[in-house]
Design a protein around this ligand. Structure first.
Ligand SMILES: *[C@@H]1O[C@H](CO)[C@@H](O)[C@H](O)[C@H]1NC(C)=O
Ligand SMILES: *[C@@H]1O[C@H](CO)[C@@H](O)[C@H](O)[C@H]1NC(C)=O
Ligand SMILES: *[C@@H]1O[C@H](CO)[C@@H](O)[C@H](O)[C@H]1NC(C)=O
Ligand SMILES: *[C@@H]1O[C@H](CO)[C@@H](O)[C@H](O)[C@H]1NC(C)=O
Ligand SMILES: *[C@@H]1O[C@H](CO)[C@@H](O)[C@H](O)[C@H]1NC(C)=O
Ligand SMILES: *[C@@H]1O[C@H](CO)[C@@H](O)[C@H](O)[C@H]1NC(C)=O
Ligand SMILES: *[C@@H]1O[C@H](CO)[C@@H](O)[C@H](O)[C@H]1NC(C)=O
Ligand SMILES: *[C@@H]1O[C@H](CO)[C@@H](O)[C@H](O)[C@H]1NC(C)=O
Ligand SMILES: *[C@@H]1O[C@H](CO)[C@@H](O)[C@H](O)[C@H]1NC(C)=O
Length: 838
């Protein structure tokens, strides 16, 4: 035994005393934010960072009292998420543990028998002999040991992350020492010892972000840094609060992660290998997940094998790159894609300039695995191409940084692995193929299609049908149901527009799928034709088929318009067009099937509305807003929907809202802000006053309709409710008067009275009121709407008087069916002409 007075002995005794008091008082003792060499921190005590954001102390992950860990957690968030664990692999087996700062600057976790279970070495440099080190918990969640008054640290917890990335951390390598900054998952949710997964920057080839499994297998690949993000993380974050910068110097290579606001953000690598990013939103006072990888089937590593490419929006997901075919057709047909694809034609690859190979462009793609690729930051795209063409082992190239006009070059050799397509984002990849495969990929029709596409877009009106026919014909010619592709031939300098392949369905297939358009399969009927539910026999895909009646001329316009608008659009919150069918004078559009039908079916039904708790509703509101933002600002063509209403919002299995029905949509030029029409079409109750009265419409008319929908989602009342009052402004009037009387919460329907967050609902109502303001210029853009809805930091202006619509029958030249058929089926009820004239 050691003699009395031995510091460790003392630790144990005090530890026990503290333990007893802690138990009886059921409270923890706070030592401030600093640990000194004079006094250890015992189990039951905490360090709290200066502003109270983080705490450090002992904890047990599963409330078993046996295993105690020294950890840092969020202090004033009641769920107390643990962000760092010191002795992850070696728990203290009693309540008698302590954390000690040794005079040489080392932190030690000590068990009751004076055994050191963990120590913080190595230190960056040795301690100054004359000074006494201190350890301090910062508000960033970093625990630092300093030995001078300037705050320079000799050790910091941020250099040894656990499973969580906090703002201010670095992930990467010290290239001189080989030290790696990385995060490792816990073994399980109740065991913080290192698990199977780690998120690291992989150094081989062109460095890339990966999640490895058991140090060997790549579980998920974020890919190389491409200027403003990783190629495998294309989601433009709604929370632009993280600033990431990738550095490559002689000494250090990796990623700095900084916060640009004071929002609380954390990224965690779960025991199952999933990485999730959360932001703290208050209200409603909870962690909100805004990013997760892997995100879908296409996100596993190389899901389609070599030269295969994955598209989450297609079934089956896998296909071969153009110029390639399945290596084993039999197995491929049976959905075993592990063999991948092989070249249709071997490369010619003569030396030097004589080569006849060329490149096919795959757009919107996650760049393939770069672990055997090379990069040259100096080369431009043209030089890159020449370099690749003249090197027989080069199979593909792309820009290393497509932002700022595009710089740098990445070249691949050998097989291309782990490619996927993105609906939004992604990059152009130039894949080398033999000349003959450039030819067979129907270069002529592609060129024709391209030219027509570029002409059609500005003119819109009369050429639409030509465009449609050509897209469908191309699709048939290629017999491929693939993606937006660009083709670049050798010596073809012109950067060309994207052409569109609209998958073409056979009439027989559709007839078979819909039971020969039987009445049982009919989902609804609109002015121009009917909508059927179907199931494609060969793969079981459920579809919704919109079949134009042969007599409807107006319907043809809408058909053209819808095809035109939607083939260019892909977004999680837009209904997905799977293809079209034009055969035997039939015109049909084939959509993904939405099992939950439309939003109005839930909102205005006494029983079904109970199924929508506040969380679902909030997600629906935000989802519609995202879809609309995409239409207005982020899509390839700018689109105004013009007929946004609850019955045009479809819901999938998971209640994700999808905007549908683009029959009245208008494509807008870049510089065009608003337009006028003599034929006002749309649905009463959702149309903005300037549109109804003057025929003026702009993106702000959609914003108005969105505002009405928000109020409907909260109140379960229709704006135009023929049963309650004659007014077509029923809900707008009600909301405005309750707002002015300060009784806004009376608008909330009883069906969510148990589930809603007051702050969140008030915020949504206010946003709704801002969207329906009388003057279009006062209404916010959808980008602001999303910020207002999702960030509590955003200060909302006070809403002004809303726009009340007067019923002006004479201003309508079109069909009135839209207003009279409001209660009819959702998928399509409009049968009005589209004014193309300006
Ligand atoms: C936690 O503390 C920080 C700093 O005092 C403060 O800004 C934040 O609002 C607090 N959060 C909660 C949930 O109390
Ligand atoms: C610092 O002191 C502790 C306890 O005295 C000891 O275990 C550790 O090895 C020392 N570390 C260094 C780097 O000297
Ligand atoms: C600590 O001491 C107790 C008896 O005092 C013994 O049972 C236990 O195994 C010891 N633990 C360690 C980690 O040495
Ligand atoms: C993570 O970093 C630590 C410390 O540098 C290192 O020991 C470990 O091997 C790294 N993990 C992986 C998967 O590279
Ligand atoms: C808590 O976790 C430890 C380590 O994983 C395990 O040994 C123990 O049985 C768990 N206790 C409970 C109550 O789950
Ligand atoms: C992995 O675990 C996280 C957290 O428990 C969970 O949210 C996620 O859905 C899981 N993912 C998979 C693919 O199991
Ligand atoms: C492969 O090449 C042959 C001619 O060499 C051609 O008939 C065939 O269509 C090509 N297949 C693909 C998938 O390009
Ligand atoms: C191509 O050039 C390299 C060196 O420039 C030479 O070694 C090789 O034999 C040439 N190959 C052919 C097929 O001409
Ligand atoms: C061709 O590219 C490979 C891989 O980038 C490289 O190792 C090789 O030196 C290149 N060959 C020539 C002739 O440039």
């Amino acid at each position: 035994m050691k003699q009395p007075g031995d510091p460790h002995e003392l630790i144990i005794l005090t530890g026990l005393a503290v333990l007893l008091t802690a138990h009886s008082a059921a409270a923890t003792t706070n030592l401030g934010d600093t640990l000194t060499t004079n006094r250890p921190l015992f189990d039951g005590e905490t360090l709290i960072s200066a502003s109270g954001v983080f705490a450090l102390g002992f904890f047990s992950p599963n409330n078993s009292l046996a295993n105690r860990y020294v950890a840092i957690w969020y202090n004033n968030i009641t769920s107390h998420e643990v962000v760092w664990v010191a002795n992850a692999g070696s728990p203290v087996s009693s309540f008698a543990g302590s954390l000690t700062l040794a005079p040489n600057g080392t932190l030690l976790v000590i068990d009751r028998n004076n055994t050191v279970v963990w120590s913080s070495s190595p230190l960056l440099n040795t301690v100054n002999k004359d000074t006494i080190p201190t350890a301090q918990l910062l508000d960033s969640g970093n625990l630092i040991v300093t030995d001078d008054e300037h705050g320079n640290y000799i050790w910091q917890s941020f250099d040894y992350p656990s499973n969580t990335i906090l703002m201010g951390m670095f992930i990467g390598w010290d290239l001189r020492t080989g030290f790696s900054w990385n995060i490792t998952s816990w073994a399980s949710s109740t065991d913080p010892s290192p698990g199977s997964y780690a998120m690291i920057i992989q150094l081989s080839g062109v460095p890339q972000l990966v999640i490895t499994q058991d140090h060997e297998i790549i579980y998920w690949r974020g890919g190389p840094w491409v200027g403003n993000g990783f190629t495998g993380v294309p989601q433009a974050s709604a929370y632009n609060t993280v600033a990431m910068s990738f550095v490559t110097t002689r000494e250090k290579l990796g990623l700095y992660i900084e916060s640009v606001s004071d929002a609380k953000l954390r990224m965690i690598l779960n025991p199952n290998g999933t990485a999730q990013r959360f932001v703290w939103l208050d209200p409603p006072g909870q962690w909100s997940l805004f990013w997760q990888n892997p995100m879908d089937e296409c996100d596993s590593f190389s899901p389609c094998g070599s030269f295969g490419i994955c598209n989450a929006n297609e079934i089956p997901h896998c296909s071969c790159l153009l110029g390639f075919r399945p290596k084993n057709r039999g197995r491929w047909a049976l959905k075993d894609v592990s063999d991948g694809c092989v070249r249709n034609t071997t490369l010619d690859c003569r030396n030097g300039t004589g080569t006849s190979d060329g490149f096919l462009i795959v757009s919107g793609v996650k760049l393939p695995d770069t672990s055997a690729a090379v990069a040259d930051g100096e080369l431009g795209l043209d030089e890159c191409r020449v370099r690749c063409l003249t090197n027989c082992s080069c199979t593909a190239y792309s820009l290393a940084d497509p932002s700022n006009g595009g710089t740098g070059c990445i070249m691949w050799t050998g097989e291309l692995k782990d490619m996927r397509l993105y609906a939004n984002g992604g990059q152009d990849l130039y894949v080398r193929v033999a000349a003959i495969d450039l030819g067979t990929s129907s270069s002529q029709s592609d060129h024709k299609g391209k030219r027509i596409a570029t002409i059609v877009v500005p003119i819109i009106g009369s050429l639409l049908i030509g465009f449609l026919l050509i897209s469908c014909l191309i699709a048939r010619h290629k017999k491929r149901r693939n993606f937006i592709r660009k083709l670049q031939m050798e010596n073809d300098e012109v950067a060309s527009d994207k052409d569109i392949d609209l998958p073409l369905f056979d009439f027989e297939t559709i007839a078979d799928a819909t039971n020969n358009f039987s009445d049982e399969n009919k989902l609804g009927e609109g002015g121009f034709g009917s909508v059927y539910k179907g199931k494609i026999r060969e793969n079981g895909t459920e579809i919704a088929v919109k079949r134009l009646s042969k007599s409807s001329k107006q319907g043809i316009n809408e058909f053209k318009n819808e095809v035109m608008s939607i083939t260019k659009l892909r977004h999680r919150n837009l209904v997905l067009l799977l293809g079209c069918c034009i055969q035997r004078q039939e015109r049909m559009l084939i959509y993904e099937y939405m099992p939950n039908k439309s939003l109005d079916k839930f909102l205005f039904d006494k029983e079904k509305k109970m199924l929508l708790d506040w969380k679902i509703r909030y997600n629906i509101i935000v989802g519609i807003a995202r879809g609309l933002l995409y239409l207005h600002q982020d899509s390839a063509v700018r689109v105004i929907h013009r007929d946004l209403k609850a019955s045009n919002i479809l819901l999938n299995q998971e209640m994700v809202p999808k905007i549908s029905d683009f029959g009245l949509a208008r494509i807008f030029g870049e510089d065009e802000a608003k337009s006028e029409t003599k034929r006002v079409v749309g649905t009463y109750g959702y149309m903005s006053p300037e549109y109804v009265i003057q025929g003026i419409y702009s993106a702000k008319s959609d914003v108005f309709s969105f505002g009405v929908i928000v109020l409907e989602v909260i109140s379960n009342q229709r704006n135009r409710d023929s049963s309650k009052s004659k007014s077509i402004n029923h809900l707008v009037e009600l909301a405005w008067s309750l707002w002015n009387k300060g009784k806004t919460l009376e608008l909330v329907d009883e069906s969510i009275s148990n589930s809603f967050s007051i702050a969140e609902v008030l915020r949504c109502i206010k946003v709704g009121l801002l969207c329906i303001q009388e003057r279009p210029n006062d209404r916010p853009l959808m980008s602001s709407v999303i910020l207002m809805l999702t960030s509590d930091k955003e200060v909302l202006p006070e809403p002004k008087r809303p726009g009340f619509v007067a019923m002006r029958q004479h201003s309508f030249e079109g069909d009135h069916s839209s207003s009279t058929k409001q209660e009819s089926d959702s998928i399509n009820e409009i049968s009005l002409t589209i004014p193309f004239g300006r």
